[in-house]
Design a binder for this molecule. Sequence first.
Ligand SMILES: [Zn+2]
Length: 304
Amino acid sequence: MIFDAHCDVLAKLWWNQHLSVQDSPNLHTTIDGMKQVGGKVQVFAIFVPEAVQAEQQFDVALEMIHLFKKHIISLPNVKWIQSQEDVLRLGKSEIGAMLSLEGCDAIGVHLVRLQTLFALGVRSVGLTWNYANAACDGILEPRGAGLSSLGKEIVRENNHYKVWTDVSHLSVRGFWDVIEESDFVVATHSNVYSLCSNPRNLRDDQIDALLKKKSVIGITFVPQFLTDKKEATVDDVLRHLDYICSRGGEYSVGFGSDFDGIDQTVVGLGKFKDYHNLINQLHKRYSADQVHRFLFSNFVQRLP
Ligand SMILES: [Zn+2]
């Protein structure tokens, strides 16, 4: 069984509502693709495109939740996940779908909008994407500021409602502020900086801090976050996993593919159904229990 902590299907669906999440060849992640390889739960990110004007951002977030209900939850055997219990209750042939918010731009400075998104089922919140907003700076923002007072309030609100705070994309200072404030911290789609020096990746001290918080790091299949070489392979994914395990992260590592949020893909891991190539390699290196933890239970156990 697979729990995948990040994909951008909703953004593609927002641009083109005719895409079938059941089986569109134009999507990396489809329900049929998940079924082929034991995909059990997919986290669907609400990522409002930067091109959307500030006043319209919240409406677009709501539109994406509408699309999630209309085009994903309505599919046969797809269930809405809002808690660990919901995952454990899934039947054998059922698939779970969970909502996350990637970047708080859509809430502006209004906590009531965040609370509204919780009421509508959002269970994971990233404070910002790569740049600055009212909550925090992203990793590509030169200023590199940490959490604003609003950002801290958002994390406290996440804690209160038992919602994950996602550190993927955050500035380094923002990361450490979240480590301080958050009770439910995760990195849904980030890799290891020591192995690939992309700023989006996590430094060793950040990895160690996440392990100490019993957090989970979702290894992501973004080629530029896996290797400095032209092409990334399944072996590169394994290198990042092995590295986190070597620092004691066997219980703190999972996967967050970023499928449908990327143009280039890993060789042999271009779509959800290709997870089987990764699973085959995992079984060569790790016990069945370990593979189950990486693919599924590490993230599920951290779900409130
Ligand atoms: Zn992302």
